[in-house]
Write a protein that binds this ligand. Structure first.
Ligand code: NAP
Length: 259
């Protein structure tokens, strides 16, 4: 049980972030849920309260320094402490061949996925240092860590590879403060992210491969559920994972071994 813990989850309005926030609430944690869309995080905070835990909505774009400073200041004022950060907010962005991908499109993916992760940690580590057992879970991906066959996803893969590098670098930097830092790398998970993905001429960047029985062995090709990832997020943030730091944990039903 995580009764005495205060948790921040970014990108908590839907998908993996929402499922993780609810999983922490079921363990009795207090959960601050941050995202860009106010009514989504308010709804998730109400769901958390419905589970008998405390939920606080925070609205900010993770790439915006001013908004993030305000949101984390609100969090600090509300609880005076923080034990767990789940840096989850992210976008697929535009997937296109490298010569078609526009500079502004490249920049936006880097801004949200990488600058957003940096800002989230930059602003929360001072609070985590005061915790007896701080934990950071960065939501990376199989893309960029073990899978390089997602056609056109060069900006996305670059950010996800960099998030794993950040987790490994920071595991050492923050280890002396008793803070663990791990990268959770999901495979295909059934969330809203596909609806926010723009694909242009990805066939020109692809090497065609067919998996007649699907590309996710343990589910016969079906995508995983946000809850499959959320359970692993809670584990990495729990006392049971106290000696685990600086690892990529692939939660993908074996998908990244195949592709
Ligand atoms: P999702 O359902 O689209 O949820 C993403 C959440 O992040 C939404 O609440 C979204 O809010 C928020 N968000 C996006 N940009 C933001 C920003 N700039 N500032 C604050 N919040 C922002 O996607 P998901 O699949 O759960 O993805 C969560 C994470 O998992 C991402 O980092 C993604 O790369 C990673 N991942 C997903 C999969 C998958 O198959 N689903 C696989 C591997 C890794 P708004 O809609 O309001 O922007």
């Amino acid at each position: 049980m995580l009764h005495d813990k205060v948790v921040l989850v970014t990108g908590a309005g839907s998908g993996i972030g929402r499922a993780s926030a609810l999983a922490f609430a079921r363990q009795g944690a207090t959960v601050a849920v941050l995202s860009r869309t106010g009514d989504e995080v308010s709804r998730v905070a109400e769901e958390i309260q419905g589970l008998g835990a405390r939920g606080v909505p925070l609205v900010a774009d993770v790439a915006d320094e001013g908004l993030m400073r305000k949101a984390i200041a609100t969090l600090a004022d509300s609880f005076g402490r923080l034990d767990v950060v789940v840096a989850n907010a992210g976008i697929n962005g535009v997937w296109a061949p490298i010569d078609e991908l526009q500079p502004a499109e490249w920049d936006r993916t880097i801004e949200v996925n990488l600058r957003g992760t940096y800002l989230t940690l930059h602003l929360t580590v001072p609070l985590l240092r005061k915790s007896a057992a701080g934990a950071i879970v960065i939501i990376s991906s199989i893309n960029g860590t073990r899978t390089f066959t997602t056609a056109g996803a060069v900006a996305y893969s670059a950010t996800k590879a960099a998030q794993l590098a950040m987790a490994q670098q920071l595991a050492l930097e923050l280890g002396k403060d008793g803070i663990t830092v791990n990268a959770l790398c999901p495979g295909a998970i059934d969330t809203e992210i596909d609806q926010n993905t723009e694909r242009r001429h990805t066939e020109d960047a692809a090497i065609p491969v067919i998996w007649p029985e699907g590309d996710i062995p343990v589910t016969h090709g079906k995508p995983g559920l946000p809850e499959d990832v959320a359970d692993a997020v809670v584990f990495l943030a729990s006392p049971a994972a106290r000696h685990i730091t600086g690892i990529p944990l692939w939660v993908d039903g074996g998908q990244s071994l195949l592709r």
